[in-house]
Ligand binder design. Structure first.
Ligand code: 5GP
Ligand code: ZN
Length: 114
């Protein structure tokens, strides 16, 4: 998707602050961090929303979580705890329509979220 911000990060047209990468997944720091650690984990393949996931994407979604686990370990937040969030569509707060798993930690989290 040539007009997708996160696809531009995958292609290298825009260079994010990458913290983890493998063949299928890229993880980089959020430009507007909401916690001491705020990383976005994305699939390298464009998928707009959770609603667009297919059965064939099940393994890829698992890999987003495995990358989140790795990021949390790297940033030293795994043991104390961290939160993962994936917003779906505007009503949930999604603003970039290429799925991304937020990884938030380094401070205490409140529940319920706003
Ligand atoms: P959403 O609101 O779609 O769940 O999350 C989108 C996230 O992307 C937001 O937390 C926002 O700060 C982040 N974001 C938007 N533009 C950029 C950018 O250019 N670079 C980075 N690193 N993050 C961005
Ligand atoms: Zn994209």
């Amino acid at each position: 998707m040539s007009d997708c911000l996160f696809c531009k990060m995958v292609s290298g047209e825009i260079q994010p602050d990458t913290v983890y990468e493998n063949d299928e997944v890229l993880a980089f720091r959020d430009i507007n961090a909401q916690a001491p650690t705020h990383v976005l984990v994305i699939p390298k393949r464009h998928i707009a929303t959770i609603n667009d996931l297919n059965d064939d994407d099940a393994g890829l979604v698992g890999k987003l979580y495995l990358a989140a686990k790795q990021v949390a370990k790297q940033d030293g937040i795994a043991d104390n705890g961290f939160r993962t969030v994936m917003n779906c569509n505007a009503g949930a707060g999604q603003t970039v329509f290429h799925i991304h798993l937020h990884v938030l930690g380094g401070r205490n989290m409140q529940w319920p979220p706003g």
